[in-house]
Ligand binder design. Structure first.
Ligand code: ACO
Length: 429
């Protein structure tokens, strides 16, 4: 028997049902609350609010658990690839060999942008942030596929493949454009992540860059670790836009905008900027941490803290090991990595961070790997967006396939002026 909850408003009881998830999470179903009582709930930042039921990703923030479709993130990181994991997220189960080949072929067939889209890149200023280009170009791509506008799209697998494939092409093109480099087209014989590195770093058409397997693997892992994270800011945005029956590309483009902020995906860039600043000042991190704790200038230790993880972020553990491995394989040392390790060491033993349950998140070390690979700092959040795309698509699909899905339309508590009369301009002070 599911437990029920009794709410008492002004002496009038209301019995509310509960919903129990497959991992035992309990939600109080308040969908009858407003009709029955006239009240709504208020939860700024949605820390206590479930916006949907979802079968894609499970997180237990207290225990540091992250699972995609039931598979532990550490096992996927060790045994799977980004593309196989993308299939898993979108379609619910690991692909058979045939399904994986079909999915990979679909990605390859859809990797080219419509040639007309190349001219859009010309009109962005050289100073444009790649996230601005990415969101604009993903949305622009929908104008080349008018059938996307239809309500329940039967060609979903093609559009999903097109989006996963093209986000990588758009990202690489925007990097080449920003750096005044000739455009490199994708190759059909390269796998997803290798192809991205080829488009990014081949010096010019006809001259291919060297693709080091350890770098391809490290970047593939970064994409996989970012592939989904249940109802975070950008995924909730995608679901909200999708709830209005906007198309897949429009919904994903909105997700890119939400991801851009420094409190979300933009944190990986913010971490590196912070580390560079500490390094430039000749600080080993101690002075900076004192400023953070004293809240001088509202500074935060970027890459620390998480709304859900209150013990550790399992992705951060994997990425830290990968970071050490990549730098060793490339025979590189990085003073910023030393500062990062020092910051982590101090923070993990400091009362300020312990009492607030602040631990390194996925962004704390991912930037250092990307820097070692040669990815410029303003492309870090773009890397996150490429990785998150299958999660956004899986959530979009869930919204579209839910027969009970309604347009997302939160309420508010109004705190403004009550009714007043219009004052003519000449009578205003
Ligand atoms: N450095 C210093 N203090 C912090 C930090 C931090 N990184 N994060 C939270 N705090 C403090 C707050 O100042 C607050 O202190 P107070 O109780 O004295 O006022 C307390 O911890 C609670 O902070 P909130 O902002 O309420 O926590 P919330 O859950 O809303 O925020 C967030 C989570 C946004 C991730 C926050 O920890 C943060 O800003 N971190 C830095 C940015 C970052 O790394 N973002 C990436 C998140 S992961 C991702 O998106 C992939």
């Amino acid at each position: 028997m599911k437990p029920t909850v009794e709410l008492n408003i002004d002496g009038k009881p209301l019995e509310l049902p509960t919903i129990v998830g497959s991992e035992g999470e309990v939600g109080i179903d308040i969908s009858s609350l407003r009709n029955a009582t006239g009240c709504i709930t208020l939860d700024p930042g949605y820390g206590n609010t479930g916006s949907c039921e979802s079968a894609i990703t499970f997180i237990d923030g207290e225990k540091g658990i992250l699972r995609y479709r039931g598979y532990d993130i550490a096992e996927l990181a060790e045994k799977s690839t980004f593309i196989e994991t993308s299939y898993l997220l979108i379609y619910g189960s690991l692909p058979t060999r045939t399904q994986l080949v079909e999915f990979s072929n679909m990605l390859s067939e859809n990797q080219m942008l419509h040639e007309g889209m190349r001219f859009h890149f010309e009109n962005f200023p050289a100073t444009a942030h790649p996230m601005a280009i990415l969101s604009a170009m993903i949305n622009a791509a929908s104008s080349y596929h008018p059938n996307l506008i239809s309500k329940r799209e039967s060609r979903f697998p093609y559009h999903a493949a097109r989006l996963i494939s093209q986000v990588r092409t758009i990202a690489a093109f925007s990097y080449r454009k920003a750096h005044g480099l000739p455009t490199i087209y994708p190759k059909t014989n390269l796998k997803y992540t290798a192809n991205f590195l080829h488009m990014m770093f081949s010096p010019y058409p006809g001259e291919d860059c060297e693709l080091k397997p350890e770098i391809v693997k490290a970047l593939d892992l970064i994409f996989l670790l970012h592939a989904d994270h249940e109802q975070n800011c950008s995924t909730s945005t995608v679901r909200m836009v999708a709830s209005s029956r906007a198309n897949l590309f429009a919904s994903a483009s909105a997700g890119v905008c939400a991801l851009w902020g420094p409190l979300h995906g933009g944190a990986n860039q913010a971490v590196l900027e912070m580390l560079e600043e500490i390094h430039k000042e000749g600080d080993d991190g101690t002075k900076f941490l004192n400023e953070v704790k004293n809240k001088t200038g509202n500074r935060r230790l970027m890459g620390f803290g998480h709304r859900v993880y209150k013990n550790f972020d399992p992705r951060a553990v994997i990425i830290k090991q990968q970071c050490d491995k990549v730098l060793a394989q490339l025979h590189k040392s990085d003073p910023l990595l030393d500062i990062a390790k020092k910051l982590e060491e101090i923070a993990l033993h400091d009362e300020y961070f312990i009492s607030r349950k602040l631990y390194p998140n996925v962004d704390f070390y991912s930037g250092i790997i990307m820097r070692a690979i040669g990815i410029p700092m303003d492309m870090f959040t773009v890397m996150f967006a490429i990785g998150r795309m299958p999660g956004w698509i899986a959530n979009f699909k869930e919204v579209m396939e839910d027969p009970d899905s309604r347009i997302a339309r939160p309420r508010q508590i109004y705190t403004g002026e009550t009714l007043r009369s219009y004052t003519p301009l000449e009578a205003r002070a």
